[in-house]
Design a protein around this ligand. Structure first.
Ligand code: SF4
Ligand code: SF4
Length: 90
């Protein structure tokens, strides 16, 4: 006979926050820029961003530049070619 047990689930979700060196957006050399006219709202950028800095704003993605490190993962996974990496200050 099987016995049912309640199991507490803990999800390892983290959110962007200042580290020892401050806000991580200052590390960035290249900045991702989304062209919303090309965006098909597939949310792959949101899903794969390792820093959780792609956020949903209404029905479209937006990048939190205070914490985005400019790794370019969002550009690589965007099948619509909606994300460009632009050199900071360029
Ligand atoms: S460049 Fe990297 S950190 Fe910045 S939004 Fe894209 S995936 Fe996230
Ligand atoms: S991956 Fe590209 S097309 Fe998909 S939501 Fe992000 S910017 Fe838009």
């Amino acid at each position: 006979m099987s016995e049912s047990k309640e199991v507490e689930m803990v999800l390892p979700i983290s959110y962007p926050s200042p580290g020892a060196m401050g806000k991580t957006g200052i590390w960035r050399v290249f900045k991702p820029v989304i062209d919303l006219s090309k965006c098909i709202k597939c949310w792959q950028c949101w899903l794969y961003c390792p820093e959780d800095t792609v956020v949903m704003e209404g029905d479209h993605p937006k990048i939190d530049y205070e914490y985005c490190k400019g790794c370019g993962v969002c550009k690589e996974v965007c099948r619509a070619g909606a994300i460009s990496m632009i050199r900071e200050g360029g």
